[in-house]
Design a protein around this ligand. Structure first.
Ligand code: SF4
Length: 228
């Protein structure tokens, strides 16, 4: 268990969901290190690949999300999507079940590699920004949720940090997990942000828990920091 893991309960006044929230993580200085030392999710440190958590295909929430991702992907031009030809020939998904995006040469089909003239990184992310639209409207939910994760059990929902176990058996051999504190000199430290997660990921957290719960956890955090 992470040393700073600390859960608080908040009940959503609208739908009655009992949220268990790891406020220890939301008040931590974790920050995404993509392009700035992120060592990726492979068995070896791989900052040079700049793949972040895109080394595996993104898991779709449901068929509606698969349809949305396919529709948005189809709007991308070859200048925006390095694997445009691959997508045109084989589609965006690994198979007909459309549960995961296709992996091409060791990373998600939407991931543009370093050196691609259209820019490195997720082509959907870049296209959303170019269109002046929220990234969370373009990317699969799991991609903008990371490193946050929700577990639902009846009317209880837990919002917590992603862990190695969430990567399945791959997590056991991953060199690095960005939500863990570094365990040695060859590990990057992602707890170096200049503001708490509740601020840096405010848009994503609110999209996950809703406005009422977001307001309450922000209020409690402010009170803990002596803000009234
Ligand atoms: S969420 Fe973690 S693994 Fe993914 S890009 Fe950011 S630092 Fe890297």
């Amino acid at each position: 268990m992470p040393a700073d893991e600390r859960f608080e309960d908040v009940v959503d006044p609208v739908d009655g969901t009992r949220w268990r929230i790891d406020v220890g993580f939301l008040e931590s200085s974790w920050t995404c290190l993509w392009g700035d030392g992120c060592q990726g999710i492979l068995d070896e440190p791989a900052a040079h690949l700049m793949q972040g958590c895109c080394s595996v295909g993104a898991e779709m929430l449901d068929e509606d999300e698969a349809m949305l991702v396919a529709a948005l992907g189809a709007t991308l031009e070859p200048e925006q999507l390095q694997h445009h030809a691959e997508a045109a020939e084989h589609g965006f998904f690994s198979d007909d079940t459309r549960t995961n995006t296709r992996v091409v040469d060791g990373a998600c089909i939407f991931f543009n590699r370093p050196g691609f003239p259209g820019g490195v990184g997720c082509a959907l992310h870049r296209a959303a920004e170019a269109a002046g639209e929220p990234v969370i409207d373009w990317k699969p939910e799991v991609c903008w949720q990371l490193p946050l994760r929700i577990d639902r059990d009846g009317d209880t929902a837990t919002l917590r940090r992603w862990s190695r176990a969430d990567w399945g058996s791959d997590g056991e051999t991953m060199h690095w997990c960005c939500t863990e504190r570094p365990s040695g000199p060859d590990q990057a430290d992602a707890y170096v942000g200049d503001r708490p997660v509740i601020e840096s990921l405010a848009e994503e957290i609110e999209a996950l828990v809703g406005t009422d719960v977001m307001v309450e956890i922000t209020r409690r955090g402010g009170r803990r920091r002596g803000g009234g």
